[in-house]
Design a protein around this ligand. Structure first.
Ligand SMILES: NC(=O)c1ccc[n+]([C@@H]2O[C@H](COP(=O)([O-])OP(=O)(O)OC[C@H]3O[C@@H](n4cnc5c(N)ncnc54)[C@H](OP(=O)(O)O)[C@@H]3O)[C@@H](O)[C@H]2O)c1
Length: 268
């Protein structure tokens, strides 16, 4: 995709990776439709984009609320003649063990609500426009942990796996009609989301600008997958030998957690 003059709908645009991706895309000439709940933060991102000569519109939306999503869809379709791409980037992550979640089924419901059903409803609303145009691309943001499962994220990872599966179906069913999907599998990225977990304070992470670059790449080249060599290797292992791949990788994650806990307690 060449970006000049294209219109891109991007969720989770009020902070972190989404905000940086919006700015990088606007700097390349794309027109951005920015979605998130916090209107003041969206307005701040729009101001920054405009100050750098870009174009952006804001759509304050709660992606867990069907009425709010439908109202935004109606505005998007009315206000823009052409919509070239959708980036489903907004998400909520929960770090909690399966045992600590036994009395919390709502953890699974709320991650699915935002990370899967919210993204899905927006995508379904835009597909008719993509079909009319004979062209449209959907970028679904996922995580390296959906390729190499780590402990303590069962609710979050299940919601990302659903998104992954829908992306494959989109490519399979509508690829020949010009509608394609990419899944972006980020490793840990330094953002407000990862900063919420104190344990990760001393962890090496990808920089948010580099992460935003992966979204730009997904939109530009439209590959089925954007990710790291580790993720690709992990996916291969999971496909070939899922039992041993999970069994032998988990002690590594436990050691990693212990190291981070030690660093945190020394840093106090
Ligand atoms: N950071 C990481 O280490 C990491 C690693 C792998 C994958 N990812 C993925 O990368 C994506 C971006 O994450 P990030 O780290 O940039 O997180 P972030 O800074 O916390 O941003 C999350 C965005 O989602 C929006 N959002 C949350 N709830 C919403 C709702 N109900 N309706 C509409 N928007 C909502 C937030 O805006 P409002 O609060 O204004 O609504 C915010 O703009 C996510 O899909 C995440 O799963 C992140």
């Amino acid at each position: 995709m060449r970006f000049k003059g294209t219109t891109i709908v991007l969720t989770g645009a009020s902070s972190g990776i989404g905000e940086q991706a919006a700015k990088q895309l606007a700097a390349r000439g794309a027109r951005l439709c920015l979605i998130a709940r916090r209107e003041t933060e969206l307005a701040r991102v729009r101001r920054d984009i405009k100050a750098n000569g870009g174009q952006a519109w804001i759509y304050p939306t709660d992606l867990t609320d069907d009425t709010s999503i439908d109202a935004t869809l109606a505005r998007l379709l009315k206000e823009h003649g052409r919509l070239d791409a959708l980036v489903n980037n907004a998400a909520h992550s929960i770090r909690r063990s399966i045992l600590d979640t036994l009395d919390r089924p709502h953890d699974y419901e709320r991650t699915m609500r935002l990370n899967y059903f919210g993204a899905l409803r927006l995508t379904m609303g835009l597909i008719p426009r993509f079909l009319e145009q004979g062209n449209g691309h959907v970028v679904n943001v996922s995580t390296l942990s959906a390729q190499v499962p780590i402990p303590l994220f069962s609710a979050y990872l299940a919601s990302k796996a659903a998104l992954d599966s829908y992306s494959r179906s989109l490519n399979a069913e509508l690829g020949h009609r010009g509608i394609t999907a990419s899944v972006v599998y980020f490793p840990m990225v330094r953002t407000p989301m990862s900063n919420r977990t104190r344990l990760y304070r001393h962890m090496k992470m990808m920089d948010v600008d580099a992460a935003a670059g992966w979204i730009v790449k997904a939109l530009r080249d439209r590959p089925a997958r954007v990710g790291s060599p580790l993720g690709t290797f992990g996916s291969l292992l999971m496909a070939a030998v899922p039992g041993p791949a999970v069994k032998y990788s988990q002690p590594i994650f436990r050691r990693m957690d212990k190291k981070l806990r030690d660093k945190l307690s020394k840093g106090k």
